[in-house]
Design a protein around this ligand. Sequence first.
Ligand code: C2G
Length: 130
Amino acid sequence: MKKVITFGTFDVFHIGHINILRRARELGEYLIVGVSSDELNFSKKQRHPIYSQDDRIGIISSLRFVDEVFLEESLELKLEYIRKFNIDLLVMGDDWAGRFDWVKSDCDVIYLPRTPSISTTEIIEIARTT
Ligand code: C2G
């Protein structure tokens, strides 16, 4: 069975998140998603997610093309997660292109094109100013 992994914050869940998760699942037979912890998100983006990590995990877990979900506590632990879950393929959006090539020792890596014209940051901005 081909196992795929992907990672993300998935805050203020939107169609871009759906698209990457669906395409990731189509590249294999079992999809595991690492949802970034609140703390990890703060260290990456200097702001707290709008949705708590428990709610973000709840949303991702309820998708029919997601088979398993866990909490991603550090960007540097990718290889440990990949080994632990016996992963064949890492899928990320192309905003991360090249950034995780160092796990190619243990699995394949694919960067998929992002869905244009939508992002959590933009949604927050629109909500704030309208
Ligand atoms: N994404 C997308 N199209 C968009 C917006 C997001 O394809 N319009 C993808 C991103 O490329 C990413 C995934 O959706 O692969 C999750 O996006 P974020 O929640 O922004 O994830 P991020 O905070 O970048 O966390 O270890 C890696 C990090 O945890 C990734």
